[in-house]
Design a protein around this ligand. Structure first.
Ligand SMILES: Nc1ncnc2c1ncn2[C@@H]1O[C@H](COP(=O)(O)OP(=O)(O)OP(=O)(O)O)[C@@H](O)[C@H]1O
Ligand SMILES: [Mg+2]
Length: 314
């Protein structure tokens, strides 16, 4: 869906992006991470042509990006940024409806779409539709920014730290929403974040950048288990990598069938992560947990030995 082939961007003497190649398949969620100034935002903005690349080629659906008309790009790509970029003198509803209006959708359809998105993002229409950006909290404004990016139902979403100002609970809700959206509608998403837990949770493909170059890319588990070098390893969390890996693996991965022994008192859901299971063990001083299904019925057990990956029988 998106191909960057030996792409370089120079600003005068600065090389912001240095010969990167990257392919994002349709329906894939690609996350760019890296230290400040490594070229993440520049990469994103070259994809929607807010910035013209200096060298190399960028293709969307096999077509040179330079061949696209501006309107086509706008329709196909949603763009959400941390600072939201909302128009201060426009109401929330008008801001969200920006692209559909540029695309000349009928009035009624725009209104319907705006209300649908506000509901999806937890912004009650009666309360927020007529507010102005300055009357919103940072998190509310960010949600308006995300709604605006989704408005014309683009097949590509470019998101530059879109959840930066949100509290952890809203943030997690929106992460799940984004995941669901991508699963259901097969959106292709390129997402920039500084939050490694967010990156690991969201990414099908994780791309680590440093000084304008791509250091390593692959599935999060791949990078956690085999970081290419010390930089990638430390960016991914250094000694914390074990916990970060455990956060990505479900309890069902290490669960054993129920044994004839007494059921352990403490329980964990089969679809919880191994990290959550470990936390329960620590908190409850328990070395064994009963694994339960969606109906809360016991289906297996998990011991500390199994959790840490010991292969031998107990
Ligand atoms: N318009 C510009 N003119 C000159 N230099 C620029 C311009 N935009 C970005 N740069 C430089 O290009 C480099 C990459 O910037 P970019 O914004 O892509 O980094 P980033 O990875 O998004 O950083 P952050 O995590 O801080 O947002 C930086 O050194 C920056 O100073
Ligand atoms: Mg940036």
């Amino acid at each position: 869906m998106i191909d960057l082939i030996h792409v370089t961007k120079r600003f005068g003497a600065t090389t912001a992006v240095d010969d990167i190649s990257l392919s994002v398949a349709q329906g894939e969620l690609c996350v760019l991470v890296g230290t400040s100034g490594c070229g993440k935002s520049t990469t994103l903005r070259m994809i929607n042509r807010l910035i013209e690349h200096s060298d190399g080629e960028i293709h969307i659906d096999g077509q040179q990006i330079r061949a696209f008309r501006e309107e086509t790009l706008r329709r196909r790509m949603g763009y959400a940024i941390q600072s939201t970029g909302l128009f201060p003198h426009w109401t929330v509803a008008r801001n969200i409806g920006l692209v559909p209006r540029l695309l000349k959708w009928p009035q009624a359809r725009i209104r319907e779409r705006v209300e649908e998105l506000m509901t999806l993002l937890g912004l009650p229409v009666s309360e927020f539709a007529d507010k102005y950006p300055r009357q919103l909290s940072g998190g509310q404004a960010q949600r308006v920014g995300v709604a605006r990016a989704l408005a014309a139902d683009p097949d590509i979403l470019l998101m530059d730290e879109p959840f930066g100002a949100l509290d952890p609970i809203t943030r997690e809700t929106l992460q799940e929403e984004l995941r669901a959206l991508q699963g259901r509608l097969h959106k292709t998403i390129v997402f920039v974040t500084h939050d490694m837990d967010e990156a690991l949770r969201l990414a099908d493909r994780l791309v680590v950048m440093d000084q304008g170059r791509i250091k390593q890319q692959g599935h999060p588990l791949e990078l956690l288990r085999e970081p290419a070098d010390a930089f990638v390893e430390s960016l991914l969390g250094g000694e914390d990598r074990g916990l970060k890996e455990a956060a990505l693996l479900p309890v069902s991965e290490r669960m054993l069938p129920l044994s004839p022994r007494l059921l352990a008192r403490e329980r964990v859901a089969h679809d919880a992560s191994l990290r959550e299971a470990l936390s329960i063990m620590l908190w409850r001083h328990a070395e064994r947990l009963t694994v339960v299904d969606d109906e809360d019925l016991p289906i297996g057990e998990l011991s500390l030995r199994r959790l840490v990956g010991a292969k031998a029988h107990e």
